[in-house]
Ligand binder design. Structure first.
Ligand code: NBP
Length: 489
C-alpha cells in the first residue's frame, strides 16, 4: 500500500543509530512509520536513502508528524536522554489529544520517567518509559523491550512493541517484551539490566587478565577457551563477543584487542544502579565494584606512574594446577550467579518500595533474548522465580545453591592464586566475600554495635533477650553497667 494513502501507525523522533534501526524493524513487521529528527536533513537523507520505497514517511515539523498519525496517536522518542526528552514532551503535549501515547525509548533515569509520566498523565495523555537493549543490531532485528508507565497505554502499544522485540523459547514465539509496571518501572529494570551488564563484563575481564598475565595464555588460546565455555553453562552474548574479539586482527596482522587503550568509559547507568543499592541498603557489591573498576581504569596516567613505585607480585601464577581453566570457569560462573542474585534482590527491594509488583520470571525472560546480557542461564533464573515468586534471594533456590557449591573449590582456588600473584579481581572477590557473609550466621556486627554504643550510645539488641529490646552499656565504666530500654520497632 502506498504510504500516501494511509495514516501511520506510529511516529518516531530521533534518527540516530537506535531510532533508524527501530523504524526499519517496525516497517519490516508491517507498520507504517512517520519519522522526525531535530536536524531535519537526517529525515531527508533517511527517507530518500535507506527507507526509500518503504512504508516510512518523513515529517518536517512536529505538527506534520502528529498530523500523519492514526488515533490514538503513538509517538516514540529515541533521542539522547535528558533535556531533549523534556523538550520534545513539552512541544508534543499541545499537539496531541487525550488518550494519545508518548513513549520514551532512550536510557532515561527512572526518576525522570516518574516525573514525566505524571506530567503527561496530568495532561490527559498516556506515557510509556521503556528500556530498549540490544544496540544497533538488536534495534534492527529484535531488541529486549522493557516497558513501564501508564498501564492504560499497554494494550495500545503492546502489539507493536512485542512485534519488534526479540523472540525466545522452543518455538521462538515468546516476546522479550512484557509489561513491567507503573511509572518508572520499565526504565528501572533497564537500569538494573545495565548494572548487571557492567558486572558480567568486569568478571570476564578479570578472567581475561588472569589468563593473559597469570597464565601467559595467547589470544588464540583464550579465544579457544571462551569458544568452549560458550558451549556450556556460560553460553551468552558477552562470552561470544569476547571469543570473537580475541581472534580479531587488523590489516597488519596485529590483534586489535592488544592495541586498545585500557581505559574504560561509562555513561552512568552502572552508577545509578549502585546509587539505588546504597539508597535501599541492598549489598550489590559485585556491580558496585565493577563500576569502580572502570573508574580505576580511567586513572591511566596515575596507574602508569604508580606501577614504577608500588611493589608487589608480578601477576604470574606460579605452578597453576592442571585444572586451572576449569577453576576459572567455575569462579566466573559462581560470581555471575552472585551478581544476578544481588541484582534481583535490588529489584525486589525497589518493587516493594515503589509498589510495582514486579514479575521476576518475566524479567528474566525479557533479558533472555535481544539484549546485551542475554544468556542461557536466564532460563534457570526464570524457573527459580516461577517455582517461588516470593524467593528472597536466588541463592536460596536449590538449583543455584547446588551450582555454587559445585563451583566453590575452583572459585576459591582462583581467588587465592590471584591474590598471591597480585592480579586484581575486584568483582570476583566481592562476590565471594558477599557469599561468605550471606552464609555466615554470626557476623562480627556484634563488635560493631558495641563500638557504636561505646562512642555514641546508639544501643544494641542482645542475643539472650527478645528482639526489639535495646540496651546501653557504660563501656569502660565501673562494672560496665548495662541499662535496658525497650522501644517499639
Ligand atoms: P543518541 O543518544 O546519540 O541521540 C541522538 C539523537 O538525539 C539524535 O536524533 C539527535 O538529534 C537527538 N538530540 C540530541 Br543528541 N540533542 C538534542 C536536543 N537538544 N534536542 C533534540 N534532539 C536532540 O542516539 P542513539 O545512540 O540512537 O540513542 C538514542 C537513545 O537510546 C539514547 O537515550 C540512548 O541512551 C539509548 N540507547 C542507545 C543504545 C545504543 O547502543 N546506542 C542502546 C540502548 C539505548 P540531531 O540529529 O539533531 O543531533
Amino acid at each position: 500500500m502506498s504510504n500516501q494513502n494511509r495514516k501511520s501507525d506510529i511516529g518516531l523522533i530521533g534518527l540516530a543509530v537506535m531510532g533508524e534501526n527501530l523504524v526499519m524493524n517496525m516497517e519490516s513487521k508491517g507498520y507504517t512509520v512517520s519519522v522526525f529528527n531535530r536536524s531535519i536533513e537526517k529525515v531527508t537523507n533517511f527517507v530518500n536513502g535507506r527507507a526509500k520505497g518503504l512504508n516510512i514517511v518523513g515529517a518536517y515539523s512536529l505538527e506534520e508528524l502528529v498530523g500523519q498519525l492514526k488515533s490514538p496517536r503513538i509517538v516514540m522518542l529515541m533521542v539522547r536522554a535528558g533535556q531533549p526528552v523534556d523538550d520534545f514532551i513539552t512541544a508534543l503535549l499541545p499537539l496531541m489529544d487525550k488518550g494519545d501515547v508518548i513513549i520514551d525509548g532512550g536510557n532515561s533515569h527512572f526518576p525522570d520517567t516518574e516525573r514525566r509520566w505524571k506530567q503527561v498523565e496530568e495532561a490527559g495523555l498516556y506515557y510509556i518509559g521503556t528500556g530498549v537493549s540490544g544496540g544497533e543490531e538488536g534495534a534492527l532485528l529484535g531488541p529486549a523491550v522493557m516497558p513501564g508507565g501508564s498501564p492504560e497505554a499497554w494494550p495500545i502499544v503492546k502489539p507493536i512493541l512485542q512485534a519488534i522485540s526479540a523472540k525466545v523459547g522452543p518455538n521462538n514465539d515468546i516476546p522479550c517484551c512484557q509489561w513491567v509496571g507503573r511509572g518508572g518501572a520499565g526504565h528501572y529494570v533497564k537500569m538494573i539490566h545495565n548494572g548487571i551488564e557492567y558486572g558480567d563484563m568486569q568478571l570476564i575481564c578479570e578472567v581475561y587478565q588472569f589468563m593473559r598475565d597469570g597464565l601467559g595464555m595467547s589470544n588464540d588460546q583464550m579465544h579457544d577457551t571462551f569458544a568452549h565455555w560458550n558451549e556450556g553453562k556460560l553460553d551468552s552474548y558477552l562470552i561470544e563477543i569476547t571469543r570473537d574479539i580475541l581472534a580479531q586482527k587488523d590489516e597488519e596482522g596485529n590483534y586489535v584487542v592488544d592495541l586498545v587503550l585500557d581505559r574504560a568509559g561509562q555513561k552512568g547507568t552502572g552508577k545509578w544502579t549502585g546509587m539505588e543499592a546504597l539508597e535501599h541498603g541492598i549489598p550489590l557489591t559485585l556491580i558496585i565494584e565493577a563500576v569502580l573498576a572502570r573508574s580505576l581504569s580511567s586513572l591511566k596516567g596515575e596507574r602508569v606512574e604508580a606501577s614504577k613505585y608500588l611493589v608487589g607480585p608480578n601477576r604470574k601464577v606460579a605452578d597453576p594446577p592442571a585444572d586451572i581453566l576449569d577453576a576459572l570457569h567455575n569462579a566466573l560462573y559462581a560470581s555471575k550467579i552472585v551478581s544476578y542474585a544481588q541484582g534481583f534482590a535490588l529489584l525486589r527491594a525497589a518493587s516493594e518500595e515503589y509498589d510495582w509488583d514486579l514479575n521476576y520470571g518475566n524479567i528474566a525472560m525479557m533479558w533472555r533474548g535481544g539484549c546485551i546480557i542475554r544468556s542461557a542461564f536466564l532460563d534457570d533464573i526464570k524457573d527459580a522465580f516461577v517455582a517461588d515468586p516470593a524467593l528472597p534471594n536466588l541463592l536460596l533456590n536449590k538449583y543455584f545453591h547446588d551450582e555454587v557449591a559445585a563451583c566453590q573449590d575452583g572459585w576459591r582456588t582462583t581467588l587465592a592464586l590471584a591474590i598471591q600473584a597480585g592480579i586484581p579481581t575486584p568483582s570476583m572477590s566481592a562476590a565471594l566475600s558477599w557469599y561468605d557473609g550471606y552464609r555466615c550466621a554470626s557476623l562480627p556486627a556484634n563488635l560493631l554495635q558495641a563500638q557504636r554504643d561505646y562512642f555514641g550510645a546508639h544501643t544494641y539488641e542482645r542475643v539472650d533477650k527478645p528482639r526489639g529490646e535495646y540496651f546501653h552499656t557504660n563501656w569502660g565504666g565501673q562494672g560496665g553497667q548495662t541499662s535496658a530500654t525497650t522501644y517499639t520497632v
